[in-house]
Design a protein. Structure first.
Length: 207
């Protein structure tokens, strides 16, 4: 990416401190681009999950998981991808962060076939389903009949490999059909980590 610094100021400071500048520069030169090449685009289209990182205006971070039928991460062109946001718990943590700070990081990992990952960093904006469908004719249809509340459209600024060295291999298995958009507490996992029960216990002790 001529004319622009690849990586953050903090990265470069630590590279100098720890003596990794030359190695890092090789990685930047060999692996980091500001668009999706054909192999990256093909990779994105077959992913059925992704990890999304966002931060608010103060830099407070959040990481979230998204999944869907392969192709739910839609490649609009070599510099733009989009993914749908469906009805969730109502917190809007990721979208709220994007509203304040458009910078997002997306990590996709192939745990099954090639054991490799792809990082995509860029700037995101929210677009209504109807508006995006007017502009993008091949946008995927609604998942299981549930229309997206909004689409997150990401303008790609960096795309680069995540090495396979520590990626575990997984074997897909048939899983029970799950109801999307449900408010059923048990179906959503209930109080799996015991937070609600713990608070009740603490309130009883305090009382």
């Amino acid at each position: 990416m001529p004319g622009t610094q690849v990586g953050s100021d903090g990265e470069h400071e630590l590279q100098e401190t720890l003596g990794t500048t030359e190695r890092a520069e090789r990685f930047y030169d060999d692996q980091v681009i500001d668009y999706l090449n054909p192999m990256m685009r093909e990779f994105v289209t077959r992913m059925d999950m992704a990890f999304i990182s966002t931060a608010d205006a103060h830099g407070e971070c959040d990481a979230s998981f998204r999944a869907g039928t392969p192709g739910f991460l839609h490649v609009i062109d070599d510099r733009t991808i989009a993914y749908p946001e469906y009805r969730g718990n109502g917190v809007m943590a990721s979208l709220g962060n994007i509203l304040e700070n458009p910078h997002v990081g997306i990590l996709m990992i192939d745990f099954v076939r090639d054991l490799i990952g792809l990082h995509v960093n860029g700037k995101a904006r929210m677009v209504a389903d109807s508006e995006l469908r007017e502009a993008v004719c091949d946008l995927p249809s609604a998942e299981r009949g549930k229309a997206a509340q909004v689409w997150v459209v990401v303008d790609v600024e960096e795309a680069y490999i995540h090495c396979r060295k520590h990626i575990p291999q997984m074997i897909p298995v048939t899983r029970d059909r799950r109801e999307w958009g449900t408010d059923n507490v048990r179906a959503k996992g209930g109080d799996y980590f015991g937070v609600k029960a713990g608070r009740r216990h603490a309130e009883v002790k305090a009382g």
